[in-house]
Design a protein around this ligand. Structure first.
Ligand SMILES: [Zn+2]
Ligand SMILES: [Zn+2]
Length: 211
């Protein structure tokens, strides 16, 4: 932004790995930020999705390579080949056709004991990731359009949750969300809003009715 002398910027950052809540699932987490230096605003949106082709493995044969391509949406999604997982020499990225994939595999296999194949997670090579970024973008737009009820600055968003939604049967507090806490980054004004999805919790999730 400094280099281009602009005061309004947008940036994204993604990461991949084990899903924080789902066992044996991989996840793609995307952050988006809108920076408005003139109005001193930073509005952030985050999304986490289990929809990702993130994968990689060491392979020894062309058959293993072909089996891998079938699991990871190749060739609409690009692949990366290199001799070893952490080697950054002899790395070929952005491979999107089978002929090139096979010939690079053969070349690497000739000179190394094994080859490592993995999904190319750069957004321009990965339509599934593009979808997750799109989802984060919609959240960012929604947050930009949400204004502080006190100073009317955009970016009035959720910063915390308060648990204790009442059980439908016994009325005691459960571990489910009762309120969302919204905060303005500009003036610090806070407001609690009741959970818009439900006003009472199913006894199934109640520690007293269903311990
Ligand atoms: Zn405010
Ligand atoms: Zn109960």
């Amino acid at each position: 932004m400094k280099l281009n002398d602009c005061d309004l910027g947008i940036a994204s950052e993604g990461s991949f790995g084990a899903h924080p809540n789902l066992i044996f699932a991989t996840a793609n987490e995307e952050f988006l930020i809108l920076i408005d230096q003139k109005n001193e605003l930073e509005i952030i949106a985050r999304t986490i999705s289990s929809s990702t082709n993130f994968n990689g493995q060491a392979i020894n044969s062309e058959q293993e390579l072909l089996n891998f391509t079938k699991k990871v949406k190749f060739p609409s999604h690009a692949l990366i080949l290199r001799p070893k997982k952490d080697e950054n020499k002899n790395i070929v990225k952005g491979i999107t056709n089978l002929k090139t994939l096979k010939s690079i595999f053969r070349e690497l296999k000739e000179k190394n004991s094994s080859v490592y194949v993995e999904t190319d997670m750069r957004a321009m090579y990965n339509p599934t990731r593009m979808e997750v970024i799109k989802e984060a973008t919609h959240k960012l737009i929604e947050k930009i359009n949400s204004r502080c009820h006190q100073c009317h600055a955009p970016g009035f968003g959720i910063v915390n949750t308060i648990l204790g939604l009442a059980c439908e049967y016994c009325g005691q507090a459960t571990q489910s969300i009762q309120y969302y806490v919204y905060e303005c980054q500009k003036c610090g004004f806070q407001q609690q809003q009741t959970n818009p999805n439900k006003t009472k919790e199913d006894p199934m999730y109640c520690d007293f009715c269903n311990p």
